[in-house]
Design a protein around this ligand. Structure first.
Ligand code: ADE
Length: 268
């Protein structure tokens, strides 16, 4: 799978691409990531990529010509068969489902916006899809593009252990159950006894219950959409009381409230 990234800050991608799993995936030829500097497609002596917005207002808008020329010249004949994505806080929310769709293509183009956004004609001319990675505003689309590359790359066959993916799809639509490893006791806390029992059926059921309970507590929106069996509904009745309650200091309005008697919010 090949990713073509269009940015005015190519240096932002180096550390992230040259470490760990993505580094290995590139070395193994499973993924290829090409970073293109949009400024290389400017024609004026200042290499300008932005200008003031028509209609007034604060900030600068990224101009259409350098971006459109960059994408057209890099993608060439493959422009029509390659999903072109603009990273933007106004895009549709990027989800694991969208990642699965994108992972079916051999090539993806990612355009990183900066400033107040990108001239909307880029989206229309390139038939691009706008994606947001969450309801917050980053200083630019580079981190968001890095997130998309990371999530989609994991789905490319051979990049990660297939068992990890199988476990995710097994629990599909739910948050992951909690995990533990050695030491068996740390700061007086043990691990749930069932995990040491060697009873695989019981462990699987406990994990399913914890995934259900965690999702109910943290993401009721996901639980409402998940395909649950009658057994799942029974397991949900057995959730330990509020097992995942946030125990640290709590912000209420602009006031930091400490748990009663807790000198440093130290109930953690
Ligand atoms: N650019 C700025 N904020 C963003 C977001 N949340 N998602 C994608 N691109 C962005």
């Amino acid at each position: 799978m090949r990713f073509d990234v269009f940015t005015i800050f190519p240096g932002m991608f180096t550390g992230f691409l040259t470490e760990s799993i993505l580094k290995r995936a590139q070395q193994a030829g499973l993924i290829e990531i090409a970073i293109h500097n949009i400024r290389d497609w400017t024609t004026d002596k200042h290499r300008a990529v932005d200008d003031t917005p028509y209609g007034g207002g604060p900030g600068m808008v990224m101009m259409a010509p350098p971006i459109v020329h960059a994408v057209e010249s890099v993608l060439g004949q493959e422009q029509n068969s390659t999903p072109i994505i603009i990273m933007s806080p106004s895009g549709e929310l990027f989800t694991q489902d969208i990642a699965r769709q994108l992972a079916c293509f051999p090539r993806l183009a990612l355009i990183c916006g900066r400033y107040e956004g990108i001239d909307d004609r880029v989206r229309i001319i390139l038939r691009a899809r706008e994606l947001s990675i969450g309801d917050y505003v980053l200083t630019g689309g580079e981190l968001a593009a890095a997130v998309v590359i990371d999530v989609v790359s994991r789905l490319v066959p051979g990049v990660i252990d297939p068992e990890s993916l199988a476990e995710e799809s097994h629990n599909s639509g739910l948050l992951e159950y909690p995990q533990y490893t050695r030491p068996p006791i740390f700061r007086g806390l043990g691990v749930p006894e069932i995990l040491l029992s060697g009873n695989h059926a019981k462990i699987a059921e406990w994990r399913r219950m914890m995934a259900l309970c965690r999702t109910a507590a943290r993401r009721p929106d996901l639980l409402a959409r998940a395909a649950l069996t009658p057994r799942d509904h029974e397991l949900l009745q057995r959730c330990p009381p509020d097992p995942f309650a946030h125990q640290g200091p709590v912000y209420e309005g602009d006031q930091l409230e400490r748990p009663e008697g807790g000198e440093q919010g130290a109930s953690r």
